[in-house]
Write a protein that binds this ligand. Structure first.
Ligand code: FES
Length: 323
């Protein structure tokens, strides 16, 4: 993936655990354009790549803005951003890429953000409000003090905003069953936040029309090259055929498809290696898949696979990939 360098222009502490970073082009010029939902992958060192969503105004070409939650138990990327990055530093990034785009043909947009998951939602809100779209944001945090971008969110969304402060107990938080009970005609739902909220919201919206629910998980990235999680019982060896190059490789039980592709010098985009960032999305031309990702929706699973984590379904001997 193409890389570029950007310079840290400003850093602000938004809450005790969240810092906002502003970046500008090293030459002070315009930065590559992006759409709401997009993220940058920060190449912090050879073994630490972290994705952070852009929260600024997509029409403002002079700067990128993001916010980073300091994760004590993460792979170290967020701690690096919090503790080692200063104004004036030049960082290497990949992107912007967008795995969480708005559905421009939606009649209305319902946004649910949990904690630091507000970052892409803020950019979405700026765009949707500027274009006169029908939008409402539910913003879930522990308390007003731990709510990043409080004033900015209010300014962007105005009355189309509901805060849910749960005091640390999700039982006191957003009532997803009520909020998602009846999808409005043509509505699309966007969810961004930690896994617990994401899974609960997806379950509460399981009756929404196919293709109308979009989500992005915010979780600790791990360092590329770390050992994959132990294979669940029953994983079996299978083949992958690369339709474009005509090559066939064997995926053993102790390797992912992505690792086999890397071993054979096939380039694959990646960030999380855990099935949630979307970067390794690959076209699927044949074979039954055991989808283990958090990223693809049901329609996309017909002809795509996240090669960092998903495998051939039990009994399947070969997957045909569109690479
Ligand atoms: S690398 Fe993130 S989904 Fe595969």
């Amino acid at each position: 993936m193409a890389e570029m360098q950007i310079k840290v222009a400003d850093i602000q502490q938004l809450t005790t655990g969240i810092k906002k970073f502003e970046f500008e082009a090293v030459d002070g010029g315009e930065l590559p354009e992006w759409q709401p939902g997009a993220h940058l992958i920060f190449v912090l060192d050879a073994h630490l790549h972290n994705s952070y969503s852009l929260s600024g105004d997509p029409t403002e070409r002079g700067k990128y803005v993001t916010a980073v939650l300091r994760e004590e138990n993460g792979a170290g990327g967020s701690k690096h951003m919090h503790d080692k990055v200063s104004v004036g530093d030049v960082l290497t990034v990949q992107g912007p890429n967008n795995n969480f785009p708005l559905a421009e043909d939606a009649k209305s947009h319902l946004l649910i953000a949990g904690g630091i998951g507000i970052t892409p939602m803020l950019a979405m809100g700026r765009h949707l409000k500027a274009s006169g779209a029908n939008v409402h944001l539910h913003y879930c945090t522990k308390s007003p003090e731990e709510t990043a971008y409080m004033d900015e969110v209010k300014a962007v969304f105005g009355d189309d905003l509901t805060f849910h402060h749960d005091g640390g107990d999700p039982a006191n938080g957003i009532k997803l069953g009520d909020v998602l009970k009846t999808p409005a005609d043509g509505a699309h739902l966007y969810i961004c936040g930690p896994g617990g909220l994401l899974n609960a919201a997806r379950e509460a919206a399981s009756h929404w029309p196919d293709g109308s629910v979009h989500f992005e998980l915010f979780a600790s990235a791990k360092a590329p090259g770390e050992a994959p999680a132990a294979a669940p019982d029953g994983d079996h060896e299978f083949e992958i055929e690369l339709k474009v190059t005509g090559k066939t490789f064997t995926v053993p039980t102790d390797k992912t498809i992505m690792e086999v592709l890397w071993d054979n010098d096939v380039e694959v985009m990646y960030a999380c290696e855990e099935g949630w960032c979307g970067n390794c999305k690959t076209g699927l031309l044949g074979g039954a898949v055991d989808h283990r990702d958090e990223y693809l929706d049901d329609a996309e699973r017909e002809n795509h696979i996240q090669v960092c984590i998903s495998r051939a379904a039990p009994g399947e001997t070969k997957l045909i990939l569109d690479i």
